[in-house]
Ligand binder design. Structure first.
Ligand code: FES
Ligand code: FE2
Length: 382
């Protein structure tokens, strides 16, 4: 690193050099990110409507941890570790399902309720001092936020309203049907790139008109001159009005009954993104789930408020999966390779004083959040 740790953080944005390359492939730095960022982060689990009936569950894994999010008969949503309290067997192996009765461990049939409480253990009546109440599965903190269920492995984490003030209102304003959303599909892609490489790519518009053809298509669907990238400490938005001149969107003709909703994206530190493509009539989630320093699951979730998926939504989802997404993924893979080059360490953030639609100020903001979390620097408000 050519500057001291403190001076990197204090660079003038318009003159700033990027995080050194090793932040994107160094094992020690990745382990510090795991411990200091992700183990205390709020992770998007699912939309509330994915847990619409008693026993409905979603299983989410992060690193070597696996968490069950489940609704009980009383309607409450519980989070608990996906592990039997007898000898440690993993309990549920499907990502989604409905557990009608008790959760039965496949090893020795210890059975748990929908809140993680142990209900039965074969032969336990023969064991003196065995108290069934002492073997509840440890809970995982969950919070409902913007129609979604989030979980946090740190029971002392700051609650989401405090960490992301006004973010829920921003989501609801741009995605008014948030509460009505139902899962359409979820696609996981493992990308050989550091999670930050993927995030960096998603929070700047500099490459929109300069990289691949599908990015140019996206830029043509929005009023790009109004593309606005804003950060509020631990959350950020990048959004633009739809281009009202557009004749078609994702190969589907634009007619008067297609609602021209804005292009809207909101990021919640460190790795959760909700978005809405213009004209798409659907909502997407975009999650970066790190596997190691150079591999990341990119999880594309798609949600609709309609009973029948509109044609334009299907077209938008397919376009994201088959066209725009791969264009960005190819760039991310290529960047990850380039970061190892002996001919590169730090680049230059292209930040202009206007914080324009092509400025990379959000990338610097995001890197500062990472840097401060890693090095224990208190966040300043700017
Ligand atoms: S490990 Fe689950 S019942 Fe034995
Ligand atoms: Fe992109």
């Amino acid at each position: 690193m050519s500057q001291s740790q403190t001076s990197w953080d204090e660079q003038i944005p318009e003159q700033a050099l990027t995080l050194p390359s090793r932040y994107f492939y160094d094992r020690t730095i990745f382990e510090a990110e795991r411990d200091r960022i992700f183990m205390g982060a709020w992770h998007f689990g699912c939309h509330v409507n994915e847990l619409s009936e008693p026993g409905a569950y979603v299983v989410r894994d992060i690193f070597d941890q696996s968490v069950i999010l489940m609704r009980d008969k009383a309607g409450d949503i519980h989070g608990f570790h996906n592990v039997c309290q007898h000898r440690g067997n993993r309990l549920l192996n499907e990502t989604r399902g409905v557990q009608k009765g008790l959760i039965r461990c496949a090893y020795h049939s210890w059975c748990y309720g929908q809140n993680g409480a142990l209900k039965g253990a074969p032969r336990s009546q023969n064991i003196p001092t065995f108290n069934i109440d002492e073997h509840r599965i440890p809970p995982v903190r969950v919070q409902e936020f913007a129609g979604s269920v989030f979980f946090n492995l740190d029971s002392n984490a700051i609650d989401m309203e405090t960490l992301f003030p006004d973010a829920e209102a921003a989501i609801r304003q741009s995605i008014p049907k948030m509460d009505e959303m139902k899962l359409v599909q979820e696609d996981d892609v493992i990308i050989p790139a550091n999670w930050k490489v993927i995030m960096d790519n998603s929070i700047e518009g500099y490459h929109f008109q300069l990289s691949g053809p599908h990015h140019v298509d996206l830029a043509s669907l929005i009023d790009f001159s109004e593309y606005n990238l804003v950060h509020k400490d631990n959350w950020w938005t990048y959004s633009a009005p739809a281009n009202r001149e557009a004749k078609s969107a994702y190969g589907v003709p634009v007619d008067s009954d297609i609602d021209a909703s804005d292009f809207f994206n909101i990021g919640l530190w460190p790795h959760n993104t909700f978005y809405q493509f213009p004209y798409s009539k659907c909502m997407g989630t975009f999650m970066m789930i790190p596997l190691d320093e150079e591999h990341t699951i990119l999880r594309f979730g798609y949600y609709t408020p309609y009973d029948e998926l509109p044609e334009v939504s299907r077209a938008a989802i397919d376009w994201m999966n088959n066209d725009l997404g791969p264009e960005d993924i190819d760039l991310n893979i290529s960047v990850q390779k380039g970061l190892h080059s002996l001919g590169y360490d730090q680049g230059r953030y292209m930040i202009d004083s206007e914080r324009s639609n092509e400025s990379e100020h959000l990338v610097l903001h995001f890197h500062r959040l990472v840097f401060r979390a890693l090095h224990g620097i208190n966040q300043s408000h700017q």
